[in-house]
Design a protein around this ligand. Structure first.
Ligand code: ATP
Ligand code: MG
Length: 451
């Protein structure tokens, strides 16, 4: 029976105490992405399995071990998306977006599914913010998406992330590199793990990615991809770095980054945190110039990245970054009796139409218990509404923080309270604008609430 009240291993619920934070981060990210010209795309949570085999690549861990694949009732092989690029590229090709002005720049905030060993920062259902930029081979585009990720981290106040970049070349120069790798690792064959032995034939670059201590030690002595880049790939990589420099983005070149996915070409990059344990890669991306053709389309040089939202939240937490607090109930109306309850219902309706966060008792509590409740939820103002108030047409508005009480007319209450609330929000905002920490200003402005 415990199964009924237990989420599946590797999945997690987001409860109200946390969901507003994630919503804030997602909203902030979407707004920053919009400033870079990225528009939202939504694609189905499942696709034909073949799409992922092709686009993620069937020598990758994702395809070989991690996909949630099943036959549907019509006998089709279906897979829950392990990542977002394949679906976005499929949609780009299917809907002929290549006929629209290029580049086409899309983003998504979506769930992904991978059968992995659950641990901190590694789940079976997780969420990604991802961007894809279709239809440009310019290094300016590589730098632009990196600067988008960097801008997001900067805006949120994340400090300890290191940007690592590399180039893995194009199919031409990579072939030569793969050969060099193959002979290097073949010479240490007896020491490699079982998985890497298999990789040795199928895709030796993947050995560089192996997490086993022995293999990663051996990988340290392997030839690096940068020595094998052709002139074009080298020039591209140099230009990316030039752009990053003028954009004031710090980076290190790390020739061991190869990324887990087969369709990457040229630039690859990761943003890595030291503060959240071994699953430190918060964002990874790069170019995939060969993907559109792999899926039967024309040549569409493209690139993108994906950011793990759970890992990002872990980083924010680890660094003690404060997000704006949850919006507080502006007004709680505490009615005593049926008549008052009906009046309260009328009032909150009018107030909510003005965008005010207003509540009234929907439980049937007595006044004392209602006051306790209003206190607990942190209501900013409370009004008690009984037969006396309805008869006299006057109510007392209590400011819960200062204890100050203001008498107001019941007839014009909704309008008058909207005025009070707006004034208060303006005062609060101008307070924050005069504070020295600029990053707080924007945060509160976005969450500002009632107007
Ligand atoms: P890793 O090396 O950590 O397994 P990856 O190369 O498999 O990462 P990508 O496919 O590039 O990851 O996915 C992009 C981002 O999505 C990662 O950098 C990470 O932040 C996040 N991510 C990937 N897999 C998971 C997971 N199982 N749980 C939570 N986040 C994940
Ligand atoms: Mg992985």
């Amino acid at each position: 029976m415990a199964l009924l009240t237990q989420a599946i291993k590797g999945t997690q619920d987001t409860l109200p105490k946390d969901s507003y934070k994630i919503r804030f981060v997602e909203q902030t990210i979407a707004e920053i992405a919009a400033n870079f010209g990225f528009k939202e795309i939504r694609t189905p949570v499942f696709e034909h399995t073949e799409l992922f085999n092709r686009s993620v690549g069937d020598t990758t861990d994702v395809v070989q071990k991690e996909m949630y694949t099943f036959d549907d009732k019509g006998g089709r092989s279906i897979t829950l998306r392990p990542e977002g690029t394949a679906g976005a590229m499929r949609a780009f090709l299917e809907h002929g977006l290549f006929n629209e002005p290029l580049p086409q720049k899309v983003f998504y905030q979506t769930s992904c599914y991978r059968y992995e060993k659950p641990q901190a920062g590694r789940l079976r259902e997780f969420h990604q913010f991802g961007v894809e930029c279709f239809g440009t081979d310019s290094p300016a585009a590589d730098a632009e998406i990196i600067s988008l990720a960097s801008e997001i981290f900067g805006f949120l106040g994340v400090k300890d992330l290191e940007l690592q970049i590399n180039s893995i070349g194009c199919p031409t120069c990579r072939a030569e590199y793969q050969n060099a790798l193959k002979s290097y690792f073949a010479s240490r064959k007896d020491e490699l793990c079982g998985t890497c032995l298999d990789r040795l034939d199928r895709n030796p670059m993947r050995i560089l990615d192996c997490k086993s201590p022995v293999c990663s030690e051996i990988a340290k002595g392997a030839p690096t991809v940068l020595e094998f880049l052709c002139d074009e790939c080298k020039a591209h990589f140099d230009m990316v770095q030039k752009y990053l420099k003028v954009m004031n983005i710090d980076f290190v070149v790390n020739p061991t980054i190869v990324r887990g996915l087969d369709y990457y070409t040229k630039t690859v990059f990761e943003f890595v945190s030291q503060g959240i344990g071994s699953q430190g890669t918060v964002c990874g991306g790069g170019r995939y110039d060969g993907l559109a053709e792999e899926l039967g389309g024309n040549h569409v040089p493209s690139l993108g990245f994906a950011m793990g939202m759970e890992r990002l939240m872990l980083v924010l937490e680890a660094q003690g970054i404060e997000l704006p607090p949850e919006e507080k109930c502006n007004l709680y109306i505490a009615p005593a009796g049926e008549n008052a309850s009906l009046k309260a219902a009328e009032l909150v309706t009018a107030l909510r139409q003005e965008g005010i966060y207003a509540l009234f008792d929907t439980v049937g509590r007595g006044i004392k218990a209602q006051m306790k409740y209003a206190n607990k939820i942190g209501a900013e103002y409370v009004v008690v509404l009984g037969d006396n108030e309805i008869e006299s047409g006057k109510v007392e508005l209590k400011n819960m923080e200062s204890g100050k009480v203001t008498e107001m007319s019941l007839a014009t209450f909704a309008d008058d309270f909207s005025g009070v609330s707006i004034q208060q929000s303006v005062a609060k905002l101008s307070d924050e604008f005069s504070s020295s920490d600029l990053s707080n200003v924007d945060l509160s402005a976005i969450l500002g609430g009632s107007f």
